[in-house]
Design a protein around this ligand. Structure first.
Ligand SMILES: [Zn+2]
Length: 282
């Protein structure tokens, strides 16, 4: 009886010690976080693509930790939600304007080429016309000084005058073509500038917005510009789920702002240090 008591007694002690040890040493990396996704089809990626970005966002953390941390599991309580926002609408609109501007730029370039060659054709034709007029006039002047031209020459000069007339019409046609292309060019430049204005208007006040967040029970992604940014955002929120706070290093995924240095989706040393600390890996 005494022995049994002792066992029970020690058992309670051991359990308490284990429980305390477990409570104080348990880290966010000690269990696999199973998640499901939800999606809004106003985004310009498919649900399958969204899932593939989420799955890719797991990899750098799992490689750094040396173990599986996240797992897609349909029906899991932990949700990763892609939520369509006004900011996303603005980004898409901006992308559309920008693509349109690229097209207009290409059109303008080709119009410019056509304009320049039209100008060259017009100038060549004009020079030819002017020199033909000059030789015609000096020939007429010569014969006038002679007191008149023989019939044969007179007829030739009449023909020359007619040819000059059609040459003049050709020059005028080419001039009109130059003007038409110049007009077209101006209209396209105006349309291009309007597009630039629309784009600038759209992004006039650089808003601070919530691109994503997590409360530890779900992740919400509200907007992203490009797939790389989407993946980095998910990585960032995964980092928070792993208990990591923001770090100072701009090139770190866990920096508080997405920027050109961290949106490549690669963990910086500062991220890895923060993971090691949070998950007591070293
Ligand atoms: Zn954050």
């Amino acid at each position: 009886m005494k022995l049994l008591k002792n066992i029970v007694y020690y058992g309670i002690i051991i359990f308490s010690l284990w429980f305390m040890w477990h409570t104080f040493t348990k880290t966010p990396c000690d269990r696999i976080i199973e998640y499901d996704i939800s999606y809004d089809d106003r985004f310009r990626i498919t649900e399958t693509q969204f899932l593939s970005f989420v799955e890719r966002a797991e990899i750098p953390w799992e490689e750094a930790a040396g173990k599986e941390l996240f797992r897609y599991s349909p029906g899991a309580d932990f949700k990763i939600n892609l939520i369509f926002s006004e900011e996303q609408e603005r980004l898409y609109e901006g992308n559309d304007i920008s693509a349109n501007l690229d097209q207009q730029q290409a059109d303008l370039d080709s119009l410019q080429t056509r304009y320049q060659s039209a100008v060259r054709r017009y100038e060549t034709s004009l020079r030819q016309y002017e020199s033909q007029v000059q030789s015609y006039e000096s020939e007429v002047e010569y014969w006038n000084n002679q007191g008149g031209a023989p019939t044969e020459t007179y007829n030739k000069l009449q023909n020359d005058a007619q040819r000059l007339d059609s040459k003049y019409q050709e020059v005028e046609r080419l001039r009109a073509n130059v003007n038409k292309l110049a007009e077209e060019n101006n209209q396209e430049i105006q349309a291009y500038n309007e597009g630039v204005g629309d784009f600038n208007e759209l992004f006039r006040d650089p808003k601070q917005f919530d691109a994503g967040n997590t409360d530890g029970t779900e992740i919400n992604i509200y907007s992203y510009d490009g797939n790389q940014e989407l993946m980095t955002l998910i990585m960032h929120e995964f980092g928070h789920v792993l208990g990591i706070d923001h770090v100072e290093d701009e090139s770190a995924v866990m920096y508080y702002l997405l920027n050109d240095r961290n949106k490549g989706g690669e963990l910086a040393q500062a991220d890895i240090d923060a993971l090691n600390l949070s998950c007591k890996l070293q």
